[in-house]
Design a protein around this ligand. Structure first.
Ligand SMILES: NC(=O)c1ccc[n+]([C@@H]2O[C@H](COP(=O)([O-])OP(=O)(O)OC[C@H]3O[C@@H](n4cnc5c(N)ncnc54)[C@H](OP(=O)(O)O)[C@@H]3O)[C@@H](O)[C@H]2O)c1
Length: 246
């Protein structure tokens, strides 16, 4: 199958990493179904992709609502690539995490990917090819005193990644995850403002990640160049500072 004939559903493309992924895949000839909630930013992205010679359409859905997730899968139709990127991160101590916040993390970060894979991956398997990329986070594997539910929602996504690889790879569908370190996005900027640059100090490179750097990893994983990579989590974080001699 040629790259030009492929279609990708990317969730959460109205900002940050998802937007960069949509632009990167489109620049590589992949038709993008761009998702988010904000229709204005969604249609701006579609216009931007068209101006660069790519093809995209936007589908709005609130991933907190399971029916909207399933409607998104229907609207996407047959896709060759699914990038589960949309996510929420509300860093609070456990006692200050509301029921709504708990449910929102699980619904958006874990259940929505689960429902989208359930709806779309069997159809990829029937056609004998496909790629699923889940965007995880350092919090999935590194405990922290705030954001326990965020970490739990992403840890679940990582075991789902490995489970889905066993389930769908025999039919030609590879399933992988990318775990970004702190990355400059709308979400992290809203949270940290001018302090965002400090996030870069926590990695060996010494600077924060850019969304385009994560998008390049996703592009590699949906390519045949990564054909031997399957059921794993690629870490893109500038380097773990604990590697330094103590
Ligand atoms: N940035 C980082 O440092 C970092 C590090 C590790 C992992 N990640 C992961 O990378 C992914 C993207 O993060 P980001 O920083 O790029 O996020 P962001 O700038 O906050 O953008 C979040 C995206 O997800 C969408 N979204 C949020 N809640 C949604 C909902 N209920 N229904 C539908 N769409 C929803 C937003 O859509 P609307 O704006 O249209 O509502 C937006 O497109 C997330 O899964 C995050 O956990 C980020």
């Amino acid at each position: 199958m040629t790259q030009a004939s492929r279609t990708a559903l990317v969730t959460g493309t109205t900002a940050g990493i998802g937007r960069a992924v949509a632009l990167e895949l489109a620049a590589n000839g992949i038709e993008v179904i761009a998702h988010g909630r904000d229709t204005e930013r969604g249609s701006q992205l579609v216009k931007e992709i068209a101006a660069q010679g790519g093809t995209a359409r936007f589908v709005a859905a609130d991933l907190v609502d399971a029916d909207e997730v399933l409607a998104l899968a229907d609207a996407a139709g047959d896709v060759d690539i699914l990038v589960n990127n949309a996510g929420v991160y509300e860093f609070a101590p456990t006692a200050a995490t509301s029921v709504d916040s708990f449910d929102r993390h699980i619904a958006v970060n874990t259940r929505a990917p689960f429902l989208l894979v359930g709806a779309l991956a069997p159809r990829m398997a029937e056609r004998g090819h496909g790629a699923v990329i889940n965007i995880s986070a350092t919090a999935a594997t590194s405990p922290a005193p705030v954001g326990a539910v965020y970490g739990a929602s992403k840890a679940a996504l990582e075991i789902l990644t490995r489970s889905w690889a066993t389930e769908f790879s025999p039919s030609g569908v590879r399933v992988n995850a990318v775990s970004p370190g702190p990355t400059r996005t709308a979400g992290t900027t809203a949270m940290l403002g001018e302090n965002i640059e400090l996030l870069g100090k926590a990695n060996l490179r010494g600077t924060i990640g850019e969304p385009e750097e994560i998008a390049k990893v996703v592009q590699f994983l949906v390519n045949t160049d990564s054909s031997y990579i399957n059921g794993t989590v690629i870490v893109a974080n500038g380097g773990d500072p604990t590697l330094l001699p103590g």
